[in-house]
Design a protein around this ligand. Structure first.
Ligand code: CTP
Length: 404
């Protein structure tokens, strides 16, 4: 569990969009992460989802626009505005965005937007045509200029049946943005550093419809990229195909094969201060890729495989200022193999982990391993969430960067 949410006061503003029900999941997830959550609903939002749902999930009263008691209203918007460490409007309708951009405060939600000094994030959700209207985009641009942040909507099928941009961002993405902001008030020890991260598997084509790949999910590399961004680094993420949301704020370079990854990484290498080479690169590619789909015929066929370049080895050879962190996915002789790779590839660190273990393998959300440094230090990292695990690796690497 990420500690960054623990005891943080998160105020969620819910406006009248059908995606309001998704905020129930957001509330529940934030509570599980240890945050205190309070909810403000607009009058329209209360028609879509019962306030009782949010009251039960947040274990707090829900604040909405009854206008029943002027006295209570006055106290509430200031008290909530001061209480919040962060204010997230999710979903944010075109109406709420428009009012906020014009400084209009005609209900509890918009008044609190005006009254708070907490970081305020908007997660818009609306029909594509509305979202793309110039007036809405101008309002968003104005709010961004004023220091408000936006969590861009996703694309897909909208409640009205249309396809396009305007779906409320995935809850996971909203949580990532909240985490980024909460973290930014804490450790910023990577400011000014440029980090290159590789993640995921590579895919080596056989023919136009088939390829050879491996079980890497990319979760470890993405967690490292996210953690570096939170700590203030500029991050280039070279990634093989994964099903993951790309971390907010990363410069993403999608690749398929080891050869593509080799080229992308070498282009970015010179600018990097630190390289985390967590991708599971295929060691071989198919010598002759068929230009059309291979039809079944003979009972057996042979594919000739040829060695791929070892990207990390090449980085080790060309190393100038960079701190190089390799990953050794092993199923046996963990320490021996990892130390041999550390030396052979001219690395500064290598993280060795046992990928045969179900609790910390490729697809798992958790990891455990041992970080070996070229200077001889050995740091065992016990089983924990990959995000926390990423921070533990970075803690060690940063010590070296700062001491050089
Ligand atoms: N690596 C790389 N390019 C390759 C193969 C591996 O950059 N063609 C990198 C990986 O990203 C990882 C490290 O080298 O950081 C170790 O990868 P691993 O697959 O464990 O080791 P290999 O050197 O391929 O050795 P082996 O497969 O024989 O264990």
């Amino acid at each position: 569990m990420s500690k960054v949410f623990k005891d943080k006061n998160i105020l969620i503003g819910i406006s009248g969009c059908i995606a309001a029900y998704k905020s129930a999941d957001l509330t529940s997830r934030l509570i599980k992460l240890g945050a205190n959550v309070k909810i403000i609903m607009t009058a329209n939002a209360t028609k879509l989802v019962q306030p009782l749902t949010f009251q039960s999930l947040s274990a707090n009263p829900v604040y909405f626009d009854t206008f029943q008691s002027t006295e209570r209203w006055d106290i509430e918007h200031i008290a909530l505005a001061k209480w919040a460490d962060i204010f997230v409007i999710a979903p944010a309708t075109a109406n709420v965005i428009g009012k906020a951009a014009s400084g209009i405060a005609d209900d509890l939600l918009t008044t609190t937007i005006l009254a708070t000094e907490a970081k305020t994030l908007f997660a818009p959700a609306m029909n594509t045509v509305m979202y793309q209207k110039k007036v809405v985009q101008d309002n968003i641009a104005k709010l961004k200029r004023l220091g408000y942040d936006f969590i861009p909507p996703g694309k897909g099928r909208l409640a009205c049946g249309d396809w396009g941009e305007g779906k409320l961002a995935d809850i996971e993405v909203i949580i990532q943005h909240i985490e980024k902001h909460l973290n930014s008030s804490t450790k910023r020890d990577m400011e000014g550093l440029r980090v290159l991260v590789t993640a995921g598997p590579t895919c080596e084509p056989i023919d136009p419809v088939r390829f050879i790949t491996n079980h890497s999910s990319g979760k470890m590399g993405y967690a490292i990229a996210e953690a570096c961004i939170q700590r203030g680094a500029a991050v280039d993420l070279v990634t093989g195909p994964t099903n993951l949301q790309t971390p907010a704020g990363a410069n993403v370079f999608p690749v398929e094969s080891a050869k593509d990854m080799y080229q992308a990484v070498l282009k970015l290498y010179e600018m990097a201060d630190i390289v985390f080479k967590s991708a599971a690169v295929a060691d071989y590619h198919v010598k002759e890729v068929a230009s059309s789909k291979i039809k079944k015929g003979q009972d057996s066929i042979k594919l000739e495989l040829v060695r791929n370049p070892d990207i990390l080895m090449e980085l080790g050879k060309r190393k100038t200022k960079q701190v190089l962190v390799g990953f050794a996915a092993e199923t046996e002789d963990l320490e021996k193999n990892a130390l041999e790779k550390l030396k052979r590839k001219n690395l500064d660190f290598i993280l060795a982990n046992d990928v045969s273990s179900s609790e910390s393998g490729f697809q798992s959300d958790e990891n455990k391993g041992i970080l070996f440094s070229k200077d001889g230090s050995i740091t065992p990292i016990p089983l924990m969430a990959k995000k926390e695990f990423a921070h533990r690796i970075i803690d060690e690497v940063i010590k070296k960067v700062k001491s050089d």
